[in-house]
Design a protein around this ligand. Sequence first.
Ligand SMILES: CCCCCCC/C=C/C(=O)SCCNC(=O)CCNC(=O)[C@H](O)C(C)(C)COP(=O)(O)OP(=O)(O)OC[C@H]1O[C@@H](n2cnc3c(N)ncnc32)[C@H](O)[C@@H]1OP(=O)(O)O
Ligand SMILES: Cc1cc2nc3c(=O)[nH]c(=O)nc-3n(C[C@H](O)[C@H](O)[C@H](O)COP(=O)(O)OP(=O)(O)OC[C@H]3O[C@@H](n4cnc5c(N)ncnc54)[C@H](O)[C@@H]3O)c2cc1C
Length: 667
Amino acid sequence: MPNRCIRPGDNPDLTKERETCTFDTDELAANLYGSRRNLERRREISQKVSADPDFADPIPHEFLSREKAVDATAKKSKVIFQKWKNLVKPEEMPHLVNEAVGIQGFPLALHHAMFLPSLNSQADDDLAAEILPRAKAYEIIGTYAQTEMGHGTNLRELETTATYDKTTQEFVINTPTRKAMKWWPGNLGKMSNYAVVCCQLIIDGKNLGPHNFLVQLRCEKTHEPLPGITVGDIGPKIAYNTTDNGFLALDNVRIPRRQMLMKHAKVSPDGTYTPPIHAKLNYGAMVHVRAHMIYSHGHLLARAAAVATRYSAVRRQGRIENGGPEVQILDYQTQQHRIFPQIARAYAILFAGQEVRDQYAKTLEGIANGQADLLPDLHALTSGLKSVVTFMGGLGIEQCRMSCGGHGYSDASGLPKLYGVQIGGCTYEGENMVMLQQTARYLMKGVKWAEQGKSLSPSIAYLGKKSGKSLIGLKGGDITREHEAILETLEHTARRLAIDASQLWEKRIKGGECKERAWNGVTVEMNRASRVYTRLFMARSFHRRLLSSPSSIRSVLSDLFSLYLHYECVDMAQHLLEDGHCNGGQIQYLKKRLYEDLTTLRPNAVSLVDSFEISDRELNSVLGRRDGNVYEALFQWAKQSELNYTDVLPAVKNYMMPMMEENRSKL
Ligand SMILES: CCCCCCC/C=C/C(=O)SCCNC(=O)CCNC(=O)[C@H](O)C(C)(C)COP(=O)(O)OP(=O)(O)OC[C@H]1O[C@@H](n2cnc3c(N)ncnc32)[C@H](O)[C@@H]1OP(=O)(O)O
Ligand SMILES: Cc1cc2nc3c(=O)[nH]c(=O)nc-3n(C[C@H](O)[C@H](O)[C@H](O)COP(=O)(O)OP(=O)(O)OC[C@H]3O[C@@H](n4cnc5c(N)ncnc54)[C@H](O)[C@@H]3O)c2cc1C
C-alpha cells in the first residue's frame, strides 16, 4: 500500500517497514485531519514554513539561553502575525505556530488561548466593539490573569478586589496582600500590555464573587508598566520556558465601569448588579481551553509515539534467537507493549478531542441564544477529559522516552521537552484531582436522575441502563461483537463505580457527617468513577469514528481499536473484577487478545505514526526523523553544543587545569 514517506537514501529498516504496510497512510491521515484538502493544507504549511528564511534557526533552540530563546520566538511570532496572518485560516494557526516556533509557548499564546476567547464570550457589545478589533489586529497583546500566589484552585477565595466607586463610575482594582499577587499567567510577565484580570466584585461592601475585568498594564507607546502596576516574569520552569509566565500586583488601579466584562453579569452606573443566566459563565474562558486542549494534548502524545516507533524500527540491539542478526528493538514484545498502546491512545484522544470541540461549539451557540442547558454536561466532560488525557499523555510520553534508552534522555530526542510541556496540563486549567471532582458532582446528579427515571444526556445515558452478564470472551471470534461486549462491560463498570461512590457518600451522610465532609471522605472513589466515565466516553468516541470510517482504513482502525480496548480493560482489570462482573478467565482472555494485537499491529506500526503527518521540523527530534538516519544526525546535533565552540573551556583552564597541576606538583 502507498506510503509517501518512502524516499531514496532512507534507513533501509524504515523503508522495509513502510513497504509492508497494509493500508493507505494518506487515507488515514485525511480521516484524522477531516479531509484530503485539510491534509494537503497541513503539508503546504509545513513546506512553506521550512522554506521561509524568516523561520530559519541558526542553531537548535535547545542550545539557546532562555533570553535568546524568548527573543528568537518573539521574532518568529512577529513574522507569523504580520507576514503570514492572512495566509492561513484561524483553524490552521495552531499548526503554523507549532511548525514555526515549537511547543514551548510564544508571546501571543495566551492572547489566542484565553484573552480573545474571554472578550469574545464575556465582553458586552460596547466593549467588544472597542477592544476586539484592536486585539484581533494585534495592536495590543493580552493575557488572562486569574491565579494568585496564594490561590489557584479555589476561585471563591481569590483576594484581588474590584470595588465599584459610584461617584466616578470606576472600579478600583487592588492587590491587598503579597499572596494576592497574580502569579503564573502566561505571557503576563513581559509580553502583554493588557489582561483580563479576575477579581472579587465588591459593590456597597458586598462581595459578589469572581468577575473579569479588562485592565491595561503597560503604556502602549513605551511598554513601561503603568502607575500602580508591578509586573514581571516568575522565572524558569520544567518547560514552557519561551513563555513569560508572570506576576502582577495592582495598587488601587482605576478602570472605567465599562471595562468589566458585562455580557452576562452586569453592573449599572448606579451600582445595581444583574447576575448572569448561569452562575459560572464567568468561568467560560477555562471551559474554552479545556475543550481545546484535549486535541492538542493528543498531538503531543502522537509525537512521542512517532519518535519512539520510528527509532525502535531503526535501532538494533541484542538478539531474540541465538545466532540470528541483532534485531530491531521494535520486535521485542515489551517494546511493543510500551509503545503501541500510546499510538492507540493518541488516536483515541485526537478523536475525542475533535468530538468535544464540536460539543463546545454547540454549547456556545446555545449560550448566545440565552440557553445554558448544555453547559453542565460540557463542563463535566471537559473536566474529566482534561484530567484523564493529560495524565495518560504524561505517562505515555514518559514510556516512549524510556523506550528510547539513553538517547531518550537527551534533548536531541525532543522527548524531555515534550514531557515537560504535557505534564503542565495536569495542573493548569484546574488541577486534575479537582477537576475530576467537578465531573463526579455531575455523575452524582446523574445517578439520582437515573433512579428517578429522568432523561439523561448522551454522555451519561449509560447510568440509566441495566447490566447484563459480561460477554467478554464469549462472542466467538466476531470482532464487531467483541467490541460491543467490551463497551457494554465498560458501561457497566462506569455505572457501578458511580453508584458505589454515591452509596458510600450517602452512607457517611447518614452516619452524621455533613455533605461536604462526607464528600471529602469518598473523593478517591468519586475520582475513580469520573475517570472510568471519561475512559468510556473516549472508547465510545473511537468506536463512532471506526463505524463511520471508509472501508479503505476500516481494518487497520479496527485492529487499533481492539488494541485500545484490550489495553484499557487490562489496565482497569481491578475495576472489572471487583464486583464479579468479570472473572479471572475473562481477564486472561483480554491479555491474550492484547498480545495478539501487538503482533497484528507490528507490520503497520511505523505507518500508523506516519499517518499522524508530523513534519520533521514540527517533531523536532533527531530520533524520530522521517528518514531514520539517526546516528549521523545525533553527531551533527551534539557538535552544536556551546561547550564544543572551543576545545578547551575556560572552566577547565581556570579551575580544573590548575587543580590538576597543583596536585601533580605535590607528588
Ligand atoms: C499554547 C499554550 C496554551 C496553554 C494555555 C494554558 C493556560 C493556562 C491557563 C490557566 O491555568 S487559567 C487558570 C485556570 N484555573 C482553574 O482552572 C481553576 C480551577 N478552579 C475552578 O474552576 C473552580 O474554582 C472550581 C473548582 C470549579 C470550583 O468553583 P466554585 O467553588 O465556584 O464552584 P463549585 O461550588 O465547585 O460549583 C458550583 C456549580 O458550578 C458548576 N461549575 C463550576 N465550574 C463551572 C464551569 N466552568 N462551567 C460550568 N459550570 C461550572 C459546578 O459543576 C457546580 O454545579 P452544581 O453541582 O452545583 O450543579
Ligand atoms: C504551565 C502553567 C501555565 C499556567 N497558566 C496560567 C494562566 O495563563 N493564567 C492563570 O490564571 N493561571 C495559570 N496557571 C495556574 C494554574 O491554573 C494553577 O496552578 C492551577 O489552577 C492550580 O492551582 P494552584 O497552583 O493554586 O494549586 P493548589 O490549588 O494550591 O493545589 C495544590 C494541590 O492541592 C490539592 N488540592 C487543592 N484543592 C483541592 C481540592 N479541592 N480537592 C482535592 N485536592 C486539592 C491538589 O493535589 C493540588 O495539586 C498556570 C499554571 C501552569 C503550571
